[in-house]
Write a protein that binds this ligand. Structure first.
Ligand code: DGL
Length: 277
């Protein structure tokens, strides 16, 4: 699709998730694309998305997309697997040619389907994501030989959002999920929720480095760079002159502020936006 000429290359990139998960993608984007300003929206009022109905997830995603369009974003990165699985097509047709829309699933699917030496890949994600079977369908469309085993791990996102990782409780929950018979004999595991890179070390510990652990952050950041370059929308301005990133939430939470500061140092100022009226 040709993007409207009204979009400027120095416009911000909009990024959204239900909470802190998308910050893992935002962080990777800030490293791969240091000249870009981004506007982040964490829908903390509706977290977790993983147990919401498809209609609710589509409704939240559209309202957030409208908010990001109002901020004149040139791209909207759906930095949430659940919203990507359920609302990508809806957001894409809503946004039309007003901005580039990127989901976090397709870049990972392409990466996995083209990686040699994987015979069976595990997928862990929210109930809503796993229910769509989106990873198995998309991976098998590109590579029908690859076995895909999907497992819903609904406690993980709320646990991580609450700051529970790298501790005894998180290890117990993670180990109990990963011990599932479904995930036996996998060569790779897709962390199909943008919250999960925050527990990547614990997952790696469980597998004792025997398997490849794939998360969306770097793959999606690189994909965003390629697609913006394709549309000639990369910001060429010096990163020192770049405007500050902005962080919005639909409901203030201490854990969000703490995580945002963890990723982006203490320079951030959290803003609250009520976009539901
Ligand atoms: N980070 C999200 C995802 O990638 C959402 C988790 C949730 O809100 O349930 O699926």
């Amino acid at each position: 699709m040709t993007i409207t000429k009204e979009i400027k290359a120095n416009a911000p990139i909009g990024i959204f998730d239900s909470g802190i998960g998308g910050l893992t993608v935002a962080n990777a984007i800030s490293k791969h694309l240091p000249n870009e300003q981004f506007i982040y929206f964490g829908d903390t009022a509706h977290l977790p998305y993983g147990d919401k109905s498809p209609d609710s997830i589509k409704y939240y995603s559209i309202r957030i997309a409208q908010f990001l369009l109002d901020q004149k974003c040139k791209a909207i990165v759906i930095a949430c697997n659940t919203a990507s699985a359920i609302a990508y097509d809806t957001v894409k047709s809503f946004v039309g040619n007003k901005a580039v829309v990127i989901n976090v699933i397709d870049p990972v699917v392409e990466h996995v389907a083209n990686t040699q030496k994987i015979e069976k890949v595990g997928v862990i994600g929210t109930k809503a994501t796993i229910k769509t079977n989106v990873y198995a369908n998309k991976i098998n469309a590109l590579n029908p030989q690859l076995k895909v085993a999907s497992l819903a791990t609904p406690l993980l996102a709320p646990m991580i959002e609450e700051g529970f990782f790298n501790n005894k409780i998180s290890r117990t929950v993670i180990n109990s999920y990963l011990s599932s018979a479904k995930l036996k004999k996998i060569d790779a595991l897709i962390l199909a929720c943008t919250h999960y890179p925050l527990i990547k070390n614990e997952v790696a510990e469980f597998y004792k480095k025997d398997i490849k652990i794939i998360d969306s952050a770097d793959v999606v950041a690189q994909y965003t760079k390629n697609i913006l370059s394709y549309h000639k929308l990369l910001n060429s301005a010096d990163s020192k002159k770049q405007k500050k990133h902005r962080f919005f939430v639909s409901d203030y939470t201490e854990s969000f502020e703490k995580s945002a500061k963890h990723f982006f140092k203490d320079k951030i100022q959290l803003e609250e936006a009520d976009i539901w009226k």
